[in-house]
Design a protein around this ligand. Sequence first.
Ligand SMILES: NC(=O)c1ccc[n+]([C@@H]2O[C@H](COP(=O)([O-])OP(=O)(O)OC[C@H]3O[C@@H](n4cnc5c(N)ncnc54)[C@H](O)[C@@H]3O)[C@@H](O)[C@H]2O)c1
Length: 329
Amino acid sequence: MAILVTGGAGYIGSATVELLRDRGESPVVLDNLVYGHRAAVPADVPFYQGDVGDRELVTSIVTKHKIDACIHFAAYAYVGESVKDPSKYFENNTLRTNELLNTLRECGVRRFVFSSTCATYGDPVRIPIDESHPQKPVNPYGWSKFMTERILESYDTAYGLKFVALRYFNAAGATERCGEHHDPETHLIPNVLSAADGELPFVSVFGSDYDTPDGTCIRDYIHIEDLANAHFLALEHLRGGGDSEKINLGNGVGFSVLEVIETARAVTGREIEARMEPRRAGDPPLLIADATKAREVLGWVPKHAGLRSIVESAWNWRLENPNGYSEEL
Ligand SMILES: NC(=O)c1ccc[n+]([C@@H]2O[C@H](COP(=O)([O-])OP(=O)(O)OC[C@H]3O[C@@H](n4cnc5c(N)ncnc54)[C@H](O)[C@@H]3O)[C@@H](O)[C@H]2O)c1
C-alpha cells in the first residue's frame, strides 16, 4: 500500500517523502508546483503535477497506486498574504482540502495526517502552549487551518475518517537532500543565512521592545527531520488503530531572534548585520510548544533539539545548493 503525500515537493513535504522512502514506505507525491520544486522529489518517487482539488486526478492516483493513507502538506502559508487576500487561503487551504477529503472518502481512504499549525492558537494566554490551549487564530491562514481541523473532526464522527492533525511550531533546518527554498522567503533562519552569504544586505528584526529577556520575539524551532519522523509515527499510530488526535510538534524550548542571529554568526563565521525595525502586527512575543502529548501518544523524541545543529544543517544545505533547487529536473 502507498501513501499519498500532497505538497511533497515543498519544504517539509520533501523531507518527509525522503524519510518515508528510507523507512521502506511507498510515497506518491501530488504537488501543483505553485511553490514546490520538482527537484526536491527523489527521481524514483512517483510524482504528479496537479491540484489536490482535482477529483479525477486524485481518484486515478489512489486507484493506480493503491493508496491507503494521505499526508496532506499542500497549502499556502504566508500569514501576511492571508490577511491581504483571505479568499486565496480559504479557497486553497480549506475548500480544496475538503474536496480532497471527499475524494479520499469516495475511494475508501480513511487515514489522514494533516499539517496544522500553532497559528490556530492565536495569541497565547499561557506558555508553553499545550493542545488544550484556546484556539483563536489572529489571521486567515490560522483560520483556514482551524476550519480544516473542525472538518476533520466532523468527518471522523460521520464517516469514520481517522486523522492526526500535527500542529507545528517553526519548521527549520535541512536534511542532506532537502532544504528550505521559498520564494518569497519570510522565515527567519533562511533570511539570516541569506544575510550571512551576502544575498541580503542585512536581516530585519521586527520589534526589539517586547517583554522578553533581549526584547525580541521568541520562537520554538523544530528540525524538519524531526517533523518528518513525527509524520511517520502518526501514520503508524493510525495503522495501529489509534484514535484521531491533535498534537503539537515543537521542542519546548524558545530562542529569540537575536539568539538565532548570534548562532548563525557563530556557525557561518560571517558578519550578519541586524537592523531593528518596528514590530509587525500579529506577532506574539513568545510561542513555545508543550509537546508532551507527541511523546506520550506517538513516542516521538526530537533528535535535533539544539538551535546550533538546526542552523548548521540549514547552512550546510545552502553551501551545497547555493541556488536552492534552481536546477529543476
Ligand atoms: N514551514 C513552517 O514553519 C510551517 C509551520 C506550521 C505549519 N506549516 C504547514 O506545513 C505545510 C508545509 O509547509 P512548507 O513550509 O513545506 O510549505 P511549502 O510551500 O514549501 O510546501 C507546500 C507545497 O504545497 C504545494 N501546494 C500548495 N497548494 C496546493 C494545491 N492546492 N494542490 C497541490 N499542491 C499544492 C506547493 O506547491 C508546495 O510545494 C503547510 O500546510 C503549512 O501550512 C508549515
